[in-house]
Design a protein around this ligand. Structure first.
Ligand code: 87F
Length: 482
């Protein structure tokens, strides 16, 4: 075995010993990301991009079923437009990147590189919406955005440029808009749970944590392996806030002029980082089968005298199993062990080992990436077996992640217990009076624990607020977060 090769190519730290270093190594060594000369701007390499395309395909199909159409709005937003709605940009001002020059001449008006597209899209919406018959207007765009964050960048998780979809819809009434907010949230939950095998906590953001331009925000939140919380996607009910600023109104059936009810919603390439971080292990990535562009790799065990025979069978298997996106690793300058390590690092769900002795017995050795279990499988039953193993891996990965999440949530009654739980890196479930003062004090006294979201199903009777002891209004999650 090429031990030297393993040391150079493999992960040199354990995930549980140094998560941050582990993540940085995995993401590069598995060829997902390349750093560039600009901090926070990273190359999404083909392997990761293929996975982003899987999310796109799933989500795009679902929103089209709802009648949403894709469009494309410009990257550059004139300063006067961006500043039109002060409330929503105020807190974000330091993060906006500007184009100020062309060649050597200064522009008359600065142009913002879109950090989000509400302003430029709603400037068009006001021209397009006249009557109730123009509603609902349901538009989405897949694009990049730039937010010049100053916190330490982390591939996929916190980058200055990232990819996302942003849906922006306008409705004639609040009911229609509200329904969509939750429908979209359910789709985001589906992306995470069913494709990425990542369990979510669904709920409503507190007023302090919601998007400033929204009446309310709902989100899906996840638990990172280091115990910190991470927001996966958000769906906002914008009410008539933007409609009033941008003058988006329509004449209703009753001939009265009314403002539209708007929503916006987004999921980003951060979702990939969450998946890599949650499922990976000391050997590298573990990709859930539904997200793996290549679900199976065949590693032939090659000896001089039997090479031709083994390769012939391997090629035959590759053809037969084509639908799984099979890779046949024929490289003869690498040992089988080296290849095993490499495909484990890249997280391929299933490996088939085929040597001369297997060939004689009419079988292969099947190894699954999630558990490392190995099993001899006859050629005749291979297709069926792979299908059931892939289903099982997908399920097993979700269950494992769910167990991790559940076992790290502590329900507490006192603030002493609260602080202890946060200190040991847990999520806390506790009652809260709903007052922003308590939320701020909790954050301050715990060194940063924030409210994540308020689950939709609440107990009939609530206990006292964990901080002030007054009547509780919600039972919800708190944690330190990204
Ligand atoms: C950074 C600079 C300027 C976030 C920003 O969540 C403005 C903003 O408005 C900003 N960072 N936001 C909030 C984005 C809200 C909303 N937009 C559409 C979403 C989903 C998609």
């Amino acid at each position: 075995m090429a031990k030297k090769g393993k040391q150079e190519a493999g992960i040199t730290v354990n995930k549980s010993d140094d998560f941050s270093e582990w993540y940085t190594q995995v993401i590069q060594k598995a060829e997902l990301i390349e750093y560039t000369g600009v901090s926070g701007c990273m190359v999404i390499r083909p392997l990761a991009y293929e996975m982003w395309e899987k999310i796109q395909q799933f989500f795009d199909k679902e929103i089209k079923k709802l009648g949403v159409k894709n469009a494309y709005f410009p990257l550059l937003i004139p300063e006067n437009l961006l500043k039109k709605e002060q409330d929503h940009v105020e807190g974000f001002t330091p993060e906006v990147a500007w184009v100020t020059h062309t060649g050597n001449s200064k522009l008359k008006e600065r142009l913002a590189i879109r950090p989000t597209s509400e302003t430029i899209m709603y400037d068009s919406y006001k021209k397009w919406i006249r009557s109730y018959q123009d509603l609902p207007l349901l538009i989405n765009q897949w694009c990049n955005v730039v937010r010049w964050e100053f916190k330490h960048p982390m591939p996929f998780i916190r980058t200055r440029e990232f990819l996302w979809q942003e849906g922006h819809t306008a409705h004639a009434d609040k009911e229609g808009a509200d329904k969509e907010v939750f429908k979209i949230l359910d789709l985001y939950a589906k992306v995470f749970e069913e494709l990425l095998a990542v369990p979510v906590l669904k709920g409503t953001k507190s007023d302090k944590e919601k998007f400033a331009g929204a009446d309310y925000t709902v989100s899906v939140e996840m638990m990172f392996p280091d115990g910190k919380a991470i927001q996966g996607a958000t769906s906002h009910a914008l009410g008539q806030n933007f409609a009033k600023v941008f003058g988006i109104s329509f004449v209703d059936k009753d001939m009265k002029k009314k403002y539209v009810w708007q929503n916006s919603w987004g999921i980003t390439t951060r979702s990939l980082g969450i998946m890599y971080a949650i499922h990976g292990d000391d050997k590298g990535l573990v990709i859930p089968p539904k997200m793996a562009p290549n679900k199976v790799v065949i590693v032939p065990i090659l000896f001089k005298d039997t090479k031709a025979k083994v390769l012939k069978k391997a090629k035959e298997l590759k053809k037969k199993l084509e639908k799984y996106g099979v890779i046949l690793d024929e490289r003869d300058d690498y040992s089988p062990g080296w290849k095993f390590n490499e495909w484990e690092l890249k997280g391929i769900p299933v490996r088939l080992e085929l040597g001369p002795r297997d060939l004689e017995k009419g079988s292969v050795m099947l190894a699954r990436r999630d558990t490392g279990e190995k099993e001899i499988v006859k050629f005749s039953g291979l297709d069926k077996k792979i299908k059931s193993v892939l289903d099982d891996i997908q399920k097993n990965m979700f269950e494992k992640a769910k167990k991790f999440l559940k076992s790290n949530i502590v329900e507490v009654k006192s603030f002493a217990e609260f602080k202890k739980a946060i200190k040991s890196g847990k999520f806390v479930k506790a009652n809260w009076c709903g007052k922003v003062g308590c939320e701020e004090n909790i954050k301050f006294e715990t060194g940063g624990a924030k409210t994540l979201n308020i689950p939709f199903s609440q107990p009939k009777k609530l206990g006292k607020c964990v901080y002030c002891g007054k009547e509780g209004k919600h039972l919800l999650y708190f944690a330190k977060s990204y």
